[in-house]
Design a binder for this molecule. Structure first.
Ligand code: SAM
Ligand code: SF4
Length: 483
């Protein structure tokens, strides 16, 4: 990645976050204005993104008819850019030790009743093997903010996961969700070949942030706000941002998140690669998590996903298993492009379940005693894949962009070009076919085979030709075929 000259700015400078300007933008459109909303929705269909003022106008939508128009625009944008593809991944929690006290999280150092565990490298490999045997190709490595052997522990874990070969399976892309680091540490992380560096700001409201982060390094809000700058300066150009909904006012936080993405884009040439939209879920030892200050209703949640889809059309939106199957289904169409499936948020949870198939209740109890939060969707990867295929989506395990060097600004340029259609569709069906041949249950094989035929039939001529070549190679025994 070539870092633009403007990137020489001080990464610790967080003056781009201007609460006054965000409040002013919200106040300027504090009433729902149907004419203005329709104007913005028309503009959004050009797929060039929206300004802060335009996003502020959409954030005021309350009327059900206008909401329906917002959803229609978001569905259209999703389909135009991503087609029917939904990329799958699994989180891998390697350690739940933490030096911070965040009032919403079970891993808080003040939660003395939590069962603490840092997996050994062998245990981490065992977790990854279970996930590979399910068919996963992408992982998100997650940890609390305290590693047994400093960052080296994480680096060793990532290398050990990438080294695994299991039958036809392997992990091809590891994203991470880890605490902020210094530039040199980010360089080391980059050197082991991570995909996206994810960091959720939780909230951009300073008073709320201070109240939720009781002690530990995370109390320093600017250290966290500036982490993506340091990662970019270290050469990591796929950054995943997010807000933890339930803490502050969601409208303010969505607008601030847009400001954050705009800051990264203007400084480094690439905004954020993904946005995550976690809502606070009940967590062991956290009364706050059961009654957060500003819960986001299901209605507002659908709206915020749709608004993000229109505001940053080329940025992936991630939906985790925090949400129920029903909410996940609804938001696929509104803009979600990546989902986790079959997740566990306790270190060692995958192997524990694989080894204790006969004792599901015991394993579930163990989970909550060491997990970060409780989940809304407990279905297996295969059940989620089957449902996606039946709903008309294409489950994708593709990692081609990252491995072809299409990251950061290069990815954004490429995503906006016609090339994306000719490559993403064929790569998605190729990886889906790998899944069907190597991992799927009988019902998924049947529905999936029909889905692949349907997808290929719906492609343009060139795309169809490429897809046929890839699928034929996979059916002929080749793996990891992509363009
Ligand atoms: N410890 C690191 C940090 O805080 O940045 C990284 C991993 S942390 C386990 C990942 C994310 O989980 C946090 O950024 C937070 O947004 C989310 N999280 C924590 N508690 C949660 C809860 N009760 N419900 C939903 N998400 C939660
Ligand atoms: Fe630790 Fe992260 Fe949980 Fe905060 S959110 S307590 S930093 S694991």
């Amino acid at each position: 990645m070539t870092i633009p000259a403007s990137a020489n700015r001080d990464p610790a400078d967080t003056s781009w976050l201007n609460p006054g300007a965000i409040h002013a933008a919200l106040a300027a459109s504090d009433r729902e204005d149907a004419g203005r909303v329709r104007e913005v929705l028309d503009k959004a269909r050009a797929l060039q993104g929206l300004t802060t003022g335009e996003v502020a106008a959409l954030l005021q939508i309350r009327d059900p008819d206008l909401s329906a128009e917002l959803y229609a625009a978001a569905r259209w944008a999703k389909e135009a850019i991503y087609g029917k593809r939904i990329v799958l991944f699994a989180p891998l929690y390697i350690s739940n030790f933490c030096g911070n006290a965040c009032n919403y999280c079970a891993f808080s150092k003040d939660n003395t009743a939590l069962k603490r565990r840092s997996l050994s490298i062998e245990e981490i490999q065992r977790e990854a093997q279970v996930l590979i045997a399910q068919g996963h190709k992408r992982l998100l490595v997650v940890a609390g903010e305290s590693y047994p052997n400093g960052l080296q522990y994480v680096l060793d874990a990532l290398e050990a996961i990438y080294a695994i070969r299991l039958g036809n399976g392997e992990i091809r892309r590891i994203n991470v969700n880890l605490a902020p680091m210094e530039v040199d540490e980010f360089r080391a992380l980059h050197a082991v070949g991570i995909g996206t560096y994810q960091i959720f700001q939780e909230t951009y409201q300073r008073d709320v942030y201070a109240a939720a982060h009781v002690s530990g390094r995370k109390r320093d809000m600017d250290w966290r706000l500036s982490a993506p700058d340091r990662a970019m300066q270290a050469g990591i150009d796929d950054i995943g941002l997010g807000v933890l909904f339930g803490l502050g006012d969601w409208r303010f936080d969505v607008l601030a998140l847009m400001t954050h993405a705009a800051h990264l884009e203007s400084t480094y040439g690439a905004g954020c690669h993904t946005i995550s939209v976690p809502r606070i879920e009940p967590a062991h030892g956290s009364d706050f998590s059961r009654a957060p200050w500003n819960p986001v209703s299901d209605d507002d949640f659908r709206k915020l996903v749709a608004i993000l889809r229109l505001a940053v059309p080329y940025t992936g939106i991630i939906m985790s298993t925090r949400e129920s199957p029903q909410m996940r289904r609804e938001t696929y169409a509104l803009g979600v492009s990546q989902i986790s499936a079959g997740s566990r948020t306790n270190p060692g949870g995958y192997a524990a379940h694989a080894d204790a198939e006969a004792l599901p209740d015991a394993a579930t109890m163990e989970d909550f005693d060491a997990s970060q939060f409780s989940l809304g969707d407990h279905r297996s990867l295969d059940a989620v894949v089957l449902e996606l295929a039946e709903l008309g989506y294409t489950p994708s395990f593709c990692t081609a962009c990252y491995r072809n060097g299409r990251t950061g600004e290069d990815f954004m340029q490429w995503a906006k070009s016609a090339d994306i259609k000719e490559k993403c569709g064929p790569n998605a069906v190729g990886t889906f076919m790998e899944y069907l041949l190597d991992y799927a249950g009988p019902a998924t094989v049947e529905a999936g085979t029909r889905a692949i035929e349907r997808d290929i039939a719906g492609m343009g001529e060139k795309e169809r030709r490429i897809a046929r070549v890839i699928v034929d190679k996979v059916c002929g025994g080749k793996r990891d075929v992509y363009c």
